[in-house]
Design a protein around this ligand. Sequence first.
Ligand code: MIC
Ligand code: SF4
Length: 656
Amino acid sequence: MALNLTYKILKDHLISGELIAGESIGIRIDQTLTQDATGTTAFLLFESMNAGRVKTQVSVSYIDHNMSQFGPENHNDHLYLQTVAAKSGVYHSRAGNGICHQVHLERFGKPGATLLGSDSHTPTCGGIGMLAIGAGGLDVAVAMGGGAFYLTCPKVIGVKLTGKLQEWVASKDVILKLLSILTTKGNVGCVIEYFGPGIADLTVPQRATITNMGAELGVTTSVFPSDTQTQKFLEAQKRGSDYKAIAADADAKYDRVIEIDLSSLEPMAACPSSPDNIKTVRELAGTKVGQVVIGSCTNSSFTDLMLVAGVLAQKATNPMVEFAIAPGSRQVLSMLAANSSLAKIIAGGTRLLESGCGPCIGQGYSPANDSVSVRTFNRNFAGRTGTSPDFAYLVSPETAIAAALTGEFTDPRELTSKFGIIYPQVEMPSEFLIDDSMIEKPLDPAKAANTEVLRGPTIVVPEAAKELPAKLTAKVLLKCGDKITTDHIMPAGAFLKYRSNVPRYAEVVFNCFNEKGKPTFAQRGLELKAKGIGGVIVAGESYGQGSSREHAALCPMYLGVKAVLAKTIERIHKANLINFAILPIQFANAADYDRISADNELVIDNLLEAIRSSDEISIKDVTGNFEIQGTITLSGRDRAILLAGGLLEFTRKGGL
Ligand code: MIC
Ligand code: SF4
């Protein structure tokens, strides 16, 4: 039978289950990546599994998120991660070497292989023909220990690309277009696979921008075939031996096909405060812009920044715009320095930020009040910039640099007619500058055994999940609306440094909903927990959008949350809830959402029984005096994990 690319890679890695969309399957993981903001917990949990050395082909631990280092927490994390990596047989990419996804694409990604990463933008490596999936740290820890990764066998949406991108229109506009079609909701359980004549001209960095931001669709991953573009990229990275051609069979089937004509695309922007709030740049023309930043794992490749340098060589930035770049990796930065483009960038009026996540995760560079910030990033959730309210727009480097020059939204295609700026033709280099000196190789087992793992006092081993009670008595701790992101649940930015200290980090769970003078979500949760009463979160559609951060489950668990009752729940977050023994329930009848209020008391008489053997669960609203039905869509393994009291306990008890 003709197979699409997704199913080919899944078939090669299948350990359990059948390749039928909707079924639970287990796949072998070849490579893993972790980053510091999720990695500390992942490694603490990995250590507590006593798994010894990693069993994967390649596991890499990156430092890229938490590099602001206010106080000792971040550096303590770095030292812990560096030493635990050495001990566990893991590569360690030091702070300053670049953003995990960019570096993984450059130095480790392999067509046809599987990659599991504790970061939702792991699908970036889909640009090189990998099946690259984001997951919670605990799932990645299990994969590092040699365990399979379990997922719902996906539906595959084929995106057929035809035509050719015009000058000043970028691959970012392709994914923004797709977000305007599919939105951030309703795509759980799907993979996006690109095919068609239009892909031939797209370079690996361009493809990686598209697969990276595919995460915002809520899909399992996105993938491009591996072809001559992939070979060119790998050879230029001096990794030609990692190349293998892999593509869908000619007559492969897709569950749905969407066609995008690259020739007819125009520059676009995701407007505040959702990646699917799409407008054309033409529609926004004239809107004043106060800040522009080019960076993040979406758009900070060498070719992206060469384009920026080429424009800045012709015209400097507007003095009323604060303009910065954050090169995606040390390789990008070194190459810009070596060919003098960096000098052009600096001369053009640019602030140079570190090679890391930086402003994308609210680590500084917050915009002024009421100031429009134009970013080449992938997320613009409210408050993510560190300013609240904020007005963040997501665009291509072409659109970003046009705004930086003019101080307002400007269709970059007008730069030529209005300012005589020639479109810089940027070629993919035939050789990248290779310097892996900031990637520490795993130590051999004898040396590793003598390595002392450094654990600073700010690293606190997370409390283990508790078994769920047979009968749940709980209170609605919060009722929230649609599209609640993990940034709403667990803010990052200034609080990111508490990732290794769950009791401290838990203090800011749902901080954005806390009201001055009233007890916080955390205080209410802990008070109920002390009385043996559980907490429930009631939510609308697409609960848990966005990141893979398992703290969005781990910290609520610490505060006594036992269940989430929502209209729909996103994939990675649902898995994280299960891993930390919080039951994800969907309203059987969405209208029941309106009947339940915050603070209501809920009782589930047969919690464990339902988890064991039913797809339905009855929930009594004691305060409102009515009963509603919930749906629990769980695989057999999910049920076993919940009954064991979480994934760690499940694994300790010998579960696979
Ligand atoms: C993000 O972009 O939101 C993050 C920060 O990279 C997260 C991971 C985290 O919260 O540490 C993600 O995308 O998974
Ligand atoms: Fe880092 Fe931003 Fe990419 Fe997340 S989306 S990995 S914070 S650059």
